[in-house]
Design a binder for this molecule. Structure first.
Ligand code: HEC
Length: 225
């Protein structure tokens, strides 16, 4: 009997398959890594001037009005920077004063946002909050906190949303919005200002609609009324 053995019992077949699967996966991972690196590259002031969408915009985005609108094609909300055109894309036109100015240079804005990031790290905000999904779940995710409509309600009394958030950060219990309160962390005026810049910048990052349902669940921390 010279019946040919089944291919499934062949060592050679399995060895080849393993080599191919490993090889193809490695190539795919390398390609995906480069794609991710490109997507995560921070945009520049030039990109904004030329109306080029970047997932992470230039720090000068703090000079612009930032909105959050449902994108039907993608099925979730996306940040809209400087007004929206007829196709639901950012216009990069409408500016908005941030602490009295709408001409923060790339360098100045970057330095301010960096200081905000250092403050957030030094004060361990992630003990309670999440930023881009990282951290703890005691308090709301801060990724889109700048867009929380609560601030729009408070803005007139504080002469602007950025001032309202700054005052909140300097003494949260005095402006408590929920039963679960944020403690006073001894944040200085300068630090609070920098944190607000960081929050505004972060809200302009296209996170594929994360956190999901932001502002849509009644009773949630950032529920839109
Ligand atoms: C001990 C836990 C705790 C820490 C630490 C903490 N927070 Fe909070 N934070 C809260 C709670 C609870 C709330 C909700 C309070 C409220 O609405 O009155 C909150 C609310 C906020 C809000 C408003 C959120 C929104 O969607 O409008 C911001 C902004 C904020 N925190 C920023 C910060 C920053 C920045 C830090 C670090 C410097 C920080 N928090 C550290 C507990 C904390």
């Amino acid at each position: 009997m010279d019946k040919k053995p089944s291919v499934w019992t062949s060592n050679r077949f399995w060895r080849r398959s393993a080599t191919w699967v490993t090889g193809v996966s490695a190539v795919l991972l390398i390609l995906l890594t480069f794609d991710t690196m490109a997507q995560m590259k921070m945009g520049t002031e030039e990109d904004i001037k030329n109306k080029i969408d970047r997932r992470i915009p230039s720090p000068v985005v703090i000079n612009y009005k930032i909105d959050y609108q449902l994108n039907r094609r993608r099925g979730h909300e996306v940040p809209i920077i400087g007004g929206m055109d007829a196709n639901g894309k950012s216009k990069y036109e409408e500016k908005e004063k941030f602490f009295g100015r709408d001409d923060w240079s790339e360098e100045e804005a970057r330095a301010l946002i960096h200081k905000g990031k250092l403050t957030i790290q030094a004060k361990n905000c992630m003990d309670c909050h999440t930023l881009l999904g990282n951290g703890a779940y005691y308090a709301p995710d801060l990724t889109k906190a700048w867009l929380d409509p609560t601030w729009d309600t408070l803005a007139p009394a504080y002469n602007g949303k950025e001032y309202a958030i700054k005052e909140f950060l300097k003494n949260p219990p005095a402006m408590a919005m929920h039963e679960r309160k944020m403690p006073n962390l001894g944040i200085t005026d300068e630090e609070a200002k920098a944190v607000v810049a960081y929050l505004k910048f972060m809200s302009a990052i296209d996170t594929n609609g994360f956190p999901r349902n932001f502002g849509k669940i009644k009773g949630a921390v950032d529920a839109r009324k």
